[in-house]
Design a protein. Structure first.
Length: 187
């Protein structure tokens, strides 16, 4: 086959690959949500953070989230500091996320058409939970959640505003200290 005949085939393959990526991301997100809700139903409120942790770690890239939440200063963290910051940030996010759940109460979720860009898929949803409506967009890369945008506010951007200020005050040590303090506070 000559190159002249391959080019149209390659051009057709790109949209098909993007379409498959979108479908896979939507299916993976729906699986994640179903699994999270199932675990939440079988848990008590106090045990919820610990029971959700393994499920969320399967579907969420906490390493990517932590790196992006810290921002450019991340490159100045030692590998040990990066690991500690990731562990603390993971705990903080899981605690915050699980505090929003009431075991046995399920949100009504509508999955909307996902959009693929060069490096990620965004899966928009609308959710009704405890009588309130929410617009939630899940940003996914390599089939893992890397950010959640709730009512137009990126979780990563929100944390970055806080952690970047800490980094500017005292580097990696200040960020880790701030995360430690946040994690040690009672919910």
């Amino acid at each position: 086959m000559t190159l002249r005949f391959l080019i149209p085939l390659l051009l057709l393959a790109a949209p098909l690959a993007a379409s498959a990526q979108v479908a896979e991301a939507q299916a993976r997100l729906q699986t994640a949500v179903t699994e999270v809700l199932g675990v939440a139903d079988r848990s008590t409120r106090s045990a919820l953070p610990n029971t959700l942790r393994p499920v969320l770690q399967k579907y969420v890239s906490f390493e990517t989230m932590t790196r992006r939440a810290v921002g450019p200063g991340w490159r100045q963290f030692s590998p040990a500091q990066q690991q500690e910051a990731t562990q603390l940030f993971t705990t903080l996010v899981i605690r915050s996320y699980s505090s929003k759940f009431t075991p046995g109460e399920h949100p009504a979720i509508t999955y909307k058409a996902a959009v693929a860009t060069a490096d990620r898929v965004e899966v928009p949803t609308s959710m009704v939970y405890k009588g309130s409506n929410y617009t939630v967009v899940y940003r996914m890369e390599q089939m893992r959640i890397t950010d959640v945008v709730i009512e137009g506010v990126s979780m990563i951007a929100n944390y970055r505003a806080q952690l970047d200020a800490q980094f500017k005050k005292g580097g990696a040590t200040a960020v880790i200290s701030s995360l430690s303090q946040s994690v040690s506070r009672p919910q």
